[in-house]
Design a protein around this ligand. Structure first.
Ligand code: NCD
Length: 310
């Protein structure tokens, strides 16, 4: 039988490297992982995941670790380049060429755009991009899609709002590209300073309907999904610009009065002040479940790239 998908040894650098059929297949394998996340499996016994994190992380790093342990594998790596030879001046290319000798898959987070692609060019083992500057965060987009699918029963036909820092946020770039493969209405809501870059919008507009807004109320009443993001303070070239937009949007119970009862609110987390804590206990809030889904989807990705599931 002809194989339709080939994931074994595949690098996961950009969500744009995937077709809709491939993404749907990853989401299907993720669903298969739900019971294994409860009871564990030895599908990846003897396999080693290396995590190279050149930027802070809580969810992405720990959920990759949990995913690997749930499937019976092991994890090595560093979360602070100051403790590795990078601090002595070792290049990313050299680090990768050494670490591939110790591991079967590398997960990399780096402040520079293009870093994951460079690592993949040097590494013989598959490289998974866990965030490359403001550019992309493809595994986050997959877990975002999985969360939408889980709570909405499908992705086609939905009205989806991406709100917040659409300029420097990498999760919204990957998610917008991924959603452009589905039949959705996409609404981008942000202060002027944080609008999504023109070239990204142009790319997406070739596939789906996209509208831009300053005022959330123009689109909230009809929305199925509200995806909120943090202002990425660390990526502003000028902190004066950050001060101008800081605290400029907050989702609270008052705002949500205008929403449909079945709206779901997502956030890649960490949250600073964009979603009031009072929202956490409402049926709108799905961001902590979303973080849990990170383990499920990363289990699927590791099983696929390491060839345990074809
Ligand atoms: C995001 C990131 O690192 O881009 N975090 C995450 O992986 N869940 C979002 C953020 O830092 O705001």
């Amino acid at each position: 039988m002809k194989k339709i998908y080939e994931f074994t040894n595949r690098d996961i650098i950009s969500i744009r490297g995937f077709t809709r059929e491939e993404i749907d297949y990853i989401l299907k394998v993720s669903r298969m992982m739900e019971p294994l996340a409860e009871k564990g499996s030895d599908m990846l016994r003897g396999k080693v995941l290396a995590e190279l994190f050149f930027e802070p992380s809580t969810r992405t790093m720990l959920s990759f670790q949990t995913a690997m342990y749930k499937l019976g594998g092991n994890v090595i790596g560093f979360a602070e380049p100051g403790v590795s030879s990078v601090w002595k001046g070792e290049s990313l290319a050299d680090t990768v060429r050494v670490v591939e000798n110790y591991s079967d898959v590398i997960v990399l987070r780096h402040p520079l755009e293009g870093a994951a692609r460079l690592a993949a060019e040097y590494a013989k083992v598959p490289v998974i991009n866990a965030g490359s500057g403001a550019e992309e965060h493809p595994t986050q987009a997959l877990l975002d899609l999985y969360t939408i699918l889980k709570y909405k029963g499908g992705i086609d036909g939905l009205s989806i709002i991406l709100m917040g820092d659409l300029r420097y946020g990498r999760t919204v770039h990957s998610l917008a590209y991924a959603l452009s493969l589905y039949d959705v209405d996409l609404h981008l809501v942000s202060p002027d300073l944080l609008r999504m870059r023109k070239e990204v919008i142009e790319d997406i507009k070739g596939y789906i309907k996209v509208t831009e807004h300053r005022d959330l109320m123009e689109v909230l009443p009809d929305a199925d999904v509200l995806y909120v993001t943090r202002i990425q303070k660390e990526r502003f070239p000028d902190l004066g610009e950050y001060e101008k937009v800081k605290g400029s949007y907050v989702i609270d119970l008052n705002v949500l009065k205008k929403a449909r009862n079945d709206l779901i609110v997502l956030h890649p987390l960490p949250r600073v002040d964009e979603i009031a804590v009072e929202v956490d206990s409402t049926s709108f809030a799905k961001y902590f479940e979303q973080a849990r889904n990170g383990v499920i989807v990363r289990m699927a990705l590791l099983a696929l790239v390491l060839g345990a599931i074809k």
